[in-house]
Ligand binder design. Structure first.
Ligand SMILES: [Ca+2]
Ligand SMILES: [Ca+2]
Length: 244
């Protein structure tokens, strides 16, 4: 009895082993769209680029993507394409959503050949970050999303033969924006808050003789009303320094 049980379990293991060998090596990894590693940002930052990258083991003639994010934290101002497409468009009309559609061929013009196997950076999404006080560092995800209302799969690839690759065969890697909490009052970004040097730096900016980095701009929202580097912030800075 015991011997039969051992033989059965050995047979089971052998079958599982055979399946593991004959299954295609991670079909998921053969096609993927990635929004890459987290992008660091400051509150109020504009034109923050998030690249989208396509990896494929076969030729691809088109891409459809749908993403969502917290519209209170981020907005999408534009999408720029780095790979040539004959039709390349996006829809950012709904806050917190972004749809991207790109095709190598267009019905009204001559075709570009499909993209061959390999990895291509298709383009980048330009993001704008909220300038309001978030009270802490915050990681805001940008996730692929399938809209139940649309009669098709929202994230998919069009292959050279016009067939589709959809999840789970198409792997999707979400992105995120890590919003760094400002050091309010450190206008010159030297690690010290409310110093005379900060006041001089701020004054030079207001006089048009100094530019501010996104970090310096975020730090300069001294009264934390979401309006960065304003005259009111400067007055508040002077007030705090005078009181110390
Ligand atoms: Ca400083
Ligand atoms: Ca302010």
């Amino acid at each position: 009895m015991e011997r039969q049980r051992i033989i059965r379990s050995l047979a089971c293991l052998a079958v599982v082993g055979m399946l593991a060998v004959s299954a295609p090596a991670s079909a998921r990894g053969d096609f993927s769209i990635s929004l890459g590693s987290p992008v660091e940002a400051d509150p109020g930052q504009l034109g923050l680029p998030m690249h989208f990258v396509l990896t494929k083991s076969d030729s691809v003639a088109g891409v459809d993507m749908l993403m969502e994010f917290d519209p209170g934290m981020l907005s999408c101002s534009a999408v720029s394409f780095l790979t040539r497409f004959q039709l390349a468009t996006y829809d950012n009309s709904v806050p917190g959503r972004l749809r991207i559609v790109a095709r190598r061929h267009h019905p009204d013009s001559s075709h570009l050949s499909p993209l061959g196997p390999g990895t291509d950076t298709l383009g980048f999404i330009s993001l704008e970050v909220t300038s309001r006080d978030l009270l802490t560092d915050l990681d805001v995800p940008i996730g692929f999303f399938d809209d139940a209302v649309t009669p098709f799969v929202d994230n998919r690839l069009v292959k050279g033969d016009s067939s589709f690759v959809t999840p789970p065969e198409l792997g999707l890697t979400d992105g995120s924006v890590f919003i760094r909490y400002p050091l309010y009052g450190d206008v010159n970004d030297d690690g010290y808050v409310f110093t005379i040097a900060d006041a001089i730096f701020f004054f030079n900016y207001l006089s048009g003789n100094q530019k501010l980095s996104s970090r310096q701009k975020a730090n300069s929202d001294v009264n934390r009303d979401g309006v960065q580097a304003s005259m009111t912030d400067f007055i508040q800075l002077i007030k705090v320094i005078a009181e110390e």
